[in-house]
Write a protein that binds this ligand. Structure first.
Ligand code: SAM
Ligand code: DTB
Ligand code: SF4
Length: 331
């Protein structure tokens, strides 16, 4: 059994039952433990800001039940081919000027073909040259592709496990859990930083939320960055009518992620647009130390920059600055 007290001593793999035991703690005890872990590894009043840009939108062949960009669901998303370099660089410059330290380029692909990857490599080079950390999320990678991204200057690759293995088949059938693990292996093998998390509020059970976090915690090494997304329920997707997750259960999920993934940046990701500021503040208290920053996620909305700045000011939270931002999660 893992020691649930401070300091966290983790020798063996996380078992789902251990992670569930964290979820079952009284709320105040859970948050207290998450704060202790958070403060052992991070400045508790500093967060990292990542800005997303959809560089290729819609028309995706996959069937991810949450996703507005899957071609098979009628969600009103307008398909758009790969953006020209100038638009990507304008967005990256604006993100940097607004205070983001990382720029994440997302593409609605099952995975990139070589002819898709070549222009993305150029984008990575140019965005990196602006002095931003670079991240890409392009779907499944084949042998050699992660190395090409690394050589172009990519810092992070985002590829999510999304949910527990036991619930996964209810949400996605066009790629397996194992496919995802293999892409993560390729990313790690190319010495890229791994950004890997999931989505909650898709109708999974608490045990399955614990299952997702156990999976993430047992990646070896653990991912440097862990996005925890609250499902954005988009009209036309199979998950549009899913019952909303209790916000306090979301806060618990963040706290458990913080305890299990003690040295990772835990990102309070999609869903902030629909989330009360008080709930976001509880997420920061529970150990979230990163957000998506900027008016848009990929195709859905996110709080605007002025609103986020005001919230951070109210909480006395400072944005991480560009230099040294990799250090905090590489200890
Ligand atoms: N197409 C690539 C892939 O799926 O690997 C990369 C982009 S995809 C949109 C990146 C991630 O966004 C998904 O793995 C999922 O975790 C998250 N996501 C997509 N739609 C979402 C939604 N409606 N609510 C919350 N998260 C979502
Ligand atoms: C992640 O975990 N969340 C981001 C990013 N990685 C690519 C995407 C969230 C997407 C939310 C719905 C949308 O706008 O498409
Ligand atoms: Fe395609 Fe990615 Fe959306 Fe799945 S999550 S449908 S792979 S864009």
């Amino acid at each position: 059994m893992n020691d649930l007290t401070y300091p966290p001593i983790k020798q063996a793999a996380w078992r789902v039952a251990e992670v569930e035991a964290l979820f079952a703690l009284p709320f105040n005890d859970l948050i207290f433990r998450a704060q202790q872990v958070h403060r052992a590894f991070f400045d508790a009043n500093r967060i990292q800001l990542s800005t997303l840009l959809s560089i290729k939108t819609g028309g995706c062949s996959e069937d991810c039940g949450y996703c507005p960009q899957a071609a098979r669901y009628d969600t009103g998303v307008e398909n758009q081919g790969l953006l020209p370099m100038t638009e990507v660089l304008d967005a990256a410059r604006a993100a940097k000027a607004a205070g983001a330290t990382r720029f994440c380029m997302g593409a609605a692909w099952r995975g990139p073909k070589q002819r898709d990857l070549d222009p993305v490599l150029d984008m990575v080079r140019e965005v990196k040259a602006l002095g931003l950390e670079t991240c890409a999320t392009l779907g499944m990678l084949r042998d050699g592709q992660a190395e090409q991204l690394k050589a172009a200057g990519l810092d992070y690759y985002n590829h999510n496990l999304d949910t527990a293995p036991e619930f996964y088949g209810e949400v996605i059938t066009t790629r397996t859990y194992q496919d995802r693990l293999e892409t993560l292996d390729r990313v790690r093998g190319a010495d890229l930083h791994v950004c890997c998390g999931g989505i909650v509020g898709m109708g999974e059970s608490r045990t399955q939320r614990a299952g997702l976090i156990a999976q993430l915690g047992n990646l070896d090494p653990q991912p440097e960055s862990v996005p925890i997304n609250m499902l954005v329920r988009v009209e036309g997707t199979p998950l549009e009518e899913t019952e909303a997750l209790d916000p306090l259960e979301f806060v618990r999920t963040i706290a458990v992620a913080r305890i299990v993934l003690s040295k990772s940046n835990v990102r309070l990701s999609a869903g902030r647009g629909q989330m009360a500021e008080s709930v976001q503040a509880l997420c920061f208290l529970a150990g979230a130390n990163s957000i998506f920053y900027g008016e848009k996620l990929l195709v859905t909305g996110n709080p605007d920059v002025a609103r986020d700045r005001a919230l951070l000011d109210k909480l006395g939270i400072k944005a991480q600055e560009a230099e040294g931002s990799l250090g905090a999660c590489r200890t």
